[in-house]
Design a protein around this ligand. Structure first.
Ligand code: CTP
Ligand code: MG
Length: 181
């Protein structure tokens, strides 16, 4: 029993460590967000917004920079204490990819006729994971496949919606987010 708990805890720690730049980029986009929307307020052919007012340059850039800062701090951790090595390209890809995934998600939400802030179960929770992984795989394929083993991928997919829910509930109560999701 103890061994099983130790193995699961190990997976959770490693998954969190590897995803940290993306896990930081996503909520800090909410903190720094506001101002000019990425679609400049323009509509798509269907008459609905391209991305909507919830996707701004400030959020995209502020969140990416915060994710990169965390990654740079993680890169300073000595190997004997580190849960996995990063490259600079990998941390940029994880941070920017996370927020790119979030923007692309909003594009599809608008095409489905969902208003800004509408709930989109699991997609709202995993959009940024998909974006981070796709960009990291494109930029650093060997780093990605060496670190994101099958077990780590499964752990991230289970862990992320739980962490996402918790941070959004906190964000809602400290009045950073309009909806608790
Ligand atoms: N935000 C931002 N820029 C981004 C991402 C997020 O400014 N690139 C800010 C916006 O203020 C946004 C808030 O963070 O309203 C919450 O982000 P999110 O839940 O991703 O956006 P929603 O408002 O729910 O919009 P959507 O329905 O398009 O997901
Ligand atoms: Mg939302």
């Amino acid at each position: 029993m103890f061994e099983i708990i130790a193995v699961i805890a190990g997976y959770i720690l490693k998954a969190t460590w590897l995803m940290l730049p993306a896990y930081i980029a996503n909520p800090t986009a909410v903190v720094f967000g506001g101002g000019t929307p990425i679609d400049f307020g323009k509509n798509w052919k269907d008459g609905r917004r391209i991305f909507g007012d919830g996707k701004t340059f400030r959020g995209l850039i502020g969140g990416t920079i915060c994710g990169i800062i965390i990654g740079l701090i993680q890169m300073q951790v000595p190997p004997q204490f580190s849960l996995g090595a990063f490259t600079f390209s990998a941390i940029v890809a994880l941070s920017f990819g996370a927020l790119l995934g979030d923007v692309i998600k909003s594009f599809f939400k608008r095409r489905l006729g969902l208003e800004r802030g509408a709930k989109f179960l699991l997609v709202d929770q995993l959009d940024f994971v998909a974006g981070a992984w796709v960009l990291a795989y494109i930029v650093e394929p060997k780093w990605f496949t060496d670190n994101f083993t099958f077990g780590i991928i499964i752990t991230v997919i289970i862990l992320t919606p739980i962490l996402h829910r918790l941070t959004n509930i906190i964000g809602y109560y400290i009045k950073l987010k309009k909806e608790p999701w």
